[in-house]
Structure formats: structure tokens, C-alpha cells
Design a protein around this ligand. Sequence first.
Ligand code: NAD
Ligand code: UDP
Length: 333
Amino acid sequence: MNDSYEMLILFSINKSLNNYPLKRNLVTGGAGFLGSHLIDRLMELGEEVLCLDNYFTGTKLNLKKWINHPNFEIIRHDVTEPIQLEVDKIWHLACPASPIHYQYNPIKTSKTSFLGTYNMLGLARRVNAKFLLASTSEIYGNPKYSPQNENYYGNVNPNGIRSCYDEGKRIAETLCSDYERIHGLDVRIVRIFNTFGPRMRPNDGRVISNFIWQALKDEPLTIYGNGDQTRSFCYVDDLIGGMMQLMNSSVRTPVNIGNPNQITILELAEIIRKKINPNLDFFYKPLPQDDPLQRQPDIQKAKKMLNWEPTISFEDGLEKTINWFRDMKNLKY
Ligand code: NAD
Ligand code: UDP
């Protein structure tokens, strides 16, 4: 062990002994796409981070630069089981997010959403930690109104193939709101709209990762339905900034965080094809059941209450994401 490393450890111990206000963050799902970006930001701020993950869709590779850092720890654990830890803030992200992953074992997805959130809220209550739930635009289902604001109750099928996720997140929001009302827990609920960026997995089935990966392999881009359905894509750095501002605020009701720039899936395919290989074909497949036809966040609340809005253009975000996938391909992922 070198001297500077030893000094760092002694400094950390002294800080704890002197009751220095170190922030201990628990990030559930921290080995995944969004969780690992959040951990990067917290670690760069000098906070302590405890990552909890069962590695269903996440990987330690996303966290490799922090392994062995004295402020960082990982626990392999499934949130459907209770756990006792001492922390100040809980960022609850653990849940598969891509349709092919959450539909792989839908009963487990419902358990993760309900029991996982229940266990983490119980932990927050015991140690009086601030709690943030990563909810989703999917709670609006196939929305009848666009853009969607936080007062819209949504249009969700309770019995379809997406219900384990959509209804799972709705009950998770209900649990958070009841812990806030009944136990006075300091909760935050972020409704995340489609987010993209480095560390999406090439095989996770989401549209941006699919299109980029297919284009890099000179394969046709798979368009589900006629491609008229819309989504609004937010670059990951903007999203994480919004989540952190929400945690630091006093807003206890749900807040949409996303980029309101809406495009059709066909337009997205055209943009990615043009950037990577203009000669590629499109391959049309049936639209999956309950696939929402439109999705666009109304972010007036985030602007007003958090002074937040996205700053990274879709083009810049896409460029960074494509570069990351190119590096992955060169590593023969
Ligand atoms: P991801 O699949 O990359 O990450 C999820 C992480 O949770 C993975 O590391 C996985 O191993 C872990 N996990 C899953 N089930 C678990 C369990 N039972 N116990 C412990 N760990 C478990 O997904 P992501 O895109 O990083 O999404 C993170 C969160 O944000 C999810 O809650 C998701 O619903 C929400 N969200 C994401 C998006 C998006 O566009 N990425 C949009 C809306 C909401
Ligand atoms: N989609 C597509 N081709 C693909 C993957 C997805 O056309 O290879 C469509 C999908 O049907 C949906 C949209 O792209 O309408 C966004 O899909 P994604 O899974 O990324 O996100 P979500 O549907 O959860 O918003």
C-alpha cells in the first residue's frame, strides 16, 4: 500500500470518527445503465456509495473504475429480500427496464417492483433516509393526451405483457406516497422518459441500442409496426442531473424528467442509418402488444420546481452513444 493511499484511508476514518457529514448513498440497481452513471456522479462529488445489485441486467464492468476505492462498496443482493444497512439516501433503481428483460420473467418483475420497493422503503424508514424511486413514463401507458403531465392518470392495460412493469411501477409509486403520508418519509418520485447513452447493452432490445448495433453490423434496422409511433429521447447525463436535482429539492410529488423533443421511430431509423451506413434496409416487424403510440414529457414542473431542463442535443448525445458502441464492437463484445 502506498503512502497517499494510506493517508486517504486514515482521512476517511477520521472523518467518520469526527462525525464529518459524509453522505452514505445506497444505489439499488447500481450496476445497470442509469445506476452506474449516477454512481459516477456521486463518487465524483466525494460521497460514499454502496451499490446493491443482483446482476440480472447489470455488470460490474460498468463500475470498474470505482472498485477498490475507499468510498465505494458493492453488495450482491436481490431487493425482493429485506436487508439491514446504515445509509442516508436511497436511490432505488433496481428493476429491469427493457421490455425483453422485464418480460423474461414477468412475475419476478412484479415482485421486484412491489416487494423490492417495499423492502427499500422499510429500510429508509428504519434509518430515516431520504428515498428516491426511479419510476417511469410507462405509468402513463398508451397515453390519450400528449404531452403527458404529472396530473394525467394514464391509460394502462392491467393484464397485458407490459403490465408487470407498468403496473409494477404504479404500485411502487403508491407505496412511496403512502410511506410519505403515513410515516412522513422524505420521498422523491422521478418519472423517467426514454433515456439513452453509453453503457446501454447491445442486446437489450431497446430501440436506440438495437438500431446502432444493427447499423454497425451492416444489418437491416428492425422497425416494429409502421414506425409512426413516437418517443422522446433524453441523453443520460441530462437525466442524471435532473434526478440529482430532484433528490436535493423538497418536492415530494412525482416529477417528469425527460427530453420533450419527440420523434417517430421511422425518423430515428433514418437518422441512425444516415450517420452509420446510408445503404441499409429497414425490416418491418409487427408492433408488440400495448406498445404506446406516443410519448412526450411535459417538463413544466421540473423547469419550475427544480430549474431543470435538458441541455444536450439529441445529435450530440447520439454521437457519443455511437462512439461508445463502436468501441464495444472493436472489443468484440
Ligand atoms: P438496467 O436494466 O440497465 O438496470 C437495472 C439494474 O437493476 C441492473 O443492474 C439489474 O441487475 C438490477 N436489478 C434488477 N432486478 C433486481 C433485483 N431484484 N434486485 C437487485 N438488483 C436488481 O436498467 P436502467 O435503464 O438502468 O434502469 C434503471 C431504473 O430506471 C429502472 O428502475 C427503470 O425502471 C428506470 N427507468 C429507466 C428508463 C430508461 O430509459 N433507461 C426509463 C424509465 C425508467
Ligand atoms: N422498436 C423498434 N425496433 C426495435 C426496438 C424497438 O421499432 O428494434 C420500437 C418499439 O416498438 C417502441 C419504440 O421502438 O415503439 C421504443 O422501444 P423501446 O423498447 O426502446 O422503449 P419503450 O417501448 O419501452 O418506450
